[in-house]
Design a protein around this ligand. Structure first.
Ligand code: FVH
Length: 286
């Protein structure tokens, strides 16, 4: 008999989480603000609670997946969490996660960041960052592994959100560049499919292989002179903006990188490699 699990929130992701628990044989108690959402879970054996408090009372492990942090606070207000482990998989900032950990301190608290879309839950490519109570993670590791590969990143409840948001910024930056490239290709009616498959994807894939070298430079200091220094890149970057405008493509997704390159050069990093931009970016925010 697998241990029971409560899932609060049956949006696209909460429904996928509940399905995975049910498929693995966990008695699964579900609650959603709007009753009756995801009716397919009933046929799979889910037990519906009529209130969040009733759902929490039904299991030692409570998994929350609501829209935003504020909905977690309003949903959990006044609920007795004595003896419970709460795993909050709602997207949060690190500070929000730390605040939620304090607010729910009657429970053992784990914050999580899901690195998957709903269809990936239960599959081998999905992983979920966890941080917070190490004891809770160890106790529930096997149950959490039902959803995705669990990656515990530390006792600070904000660390899972930091990892999550760092990966999401990487993803959106990558898509921003790809979307801009497709807009440029489309400005001359190049078919998106062949442009992507023959050129864009192989190019981006090849460029991504330089990431470990950039990371090594950050960890250990630059090992060798830059093959493509920032002064050269800043000079060439003007053409990216000019060509975009001339082709009728809004350059706003790519302008900030040009600004950062120029700032790095002005700050004395003209001979450096891309890794130097990390420090320039952190100084800019500080
Ligand atoms: N779906 C995805 O691709 C991403 C993958 C990575 C992780 N995110 C985060 O997961 C959280 C939930 O996302 P979701 O996809 O399930 O979102 P929705 O389908 O929009 O469902 C939202 C649920 O939240 C409930 N809800 C909204 N407001 C309230 C409230 N004030 N009080 C209580 N519950 C609330 C909503 O209930 P209802 O509208 O059906 O009554 C849904 O259950 C999210 O943090 C993503 O960033 C997903």
């Amino acid at each position: 008999m697998k241990p029971p699990v409560t899932v609060l929130g049956l949006g696209a992701m909460g429904t996928a989480l509940a399905r995975a628990f049910l498929a693995a044989g966990h008695p699964t108690i579900v609650w959603n603000r709007t009753p009756g959402r995801s009716p397919e879970l009933d046929a799979l054996g889910a037990t519906r609670a009529t209130t969040a408090a009733e759902a929490v009372a039904a299991s030692p492990l409570v998994v929350i997946c609501l829209l935003v942090d504020a909905t977690v606070h309003s949903t959990m207000e006044g609920i007795d969490l004595t003896g419970k482990t709460v795993v909050n998989l709602t997207n949060s900032t690190p500070d929000q996660a730390r605040d939620t950990a304090k607010l729910l301190d009657a429970a053992e608290y784990l914050d999580g960041g899901i690195m998957a879309v709903p269809a990936m839950i239960g599959g081998s490519a999905a992983f979920i960052f966890y941080s917070g109570s190490a004891a809770a993670f160890e106790q529930h590791r096997d149950t959490l592994a039902t959803l995705a590969r669990p990656e515990y990143v530390g006792t600070d409840p904000g660390l899972a959100a930091l990892h999550d948001i760092a990966l999401l910024t990487g993803m959106y930056g990558m898509f921003a560049g790809a979307i801009h490239a497709l807009a440029l290709a489309g400005s001359e009616q190049l078919p998106a499919g062949s442009f992507t498959n023959r050129f864009l994807l192989p190019w981006l894939t090849a460029m991504l292989t330089s990431l470990p070298r950039i990371a090594k430079d950050l960890d250990d200091g630059p090992a060798e002179p830059a093959g493509s220094n920032l002064a050269m890149q800043a000079a060439a970057y003007d053409n990216l903006i000019d060509a975009s405008v001339a082709q009728g493509v809004d350059p706003s997704l790519v302008v900030p990188m040009g600004d950062l390159l120029r700032k790095a050069v002005a700050g004395g990093y003209g001979e450096a490699d891309l890794a130097a931009l990390v420090g320039v970016l952190r100084t800019a925010a500080g």
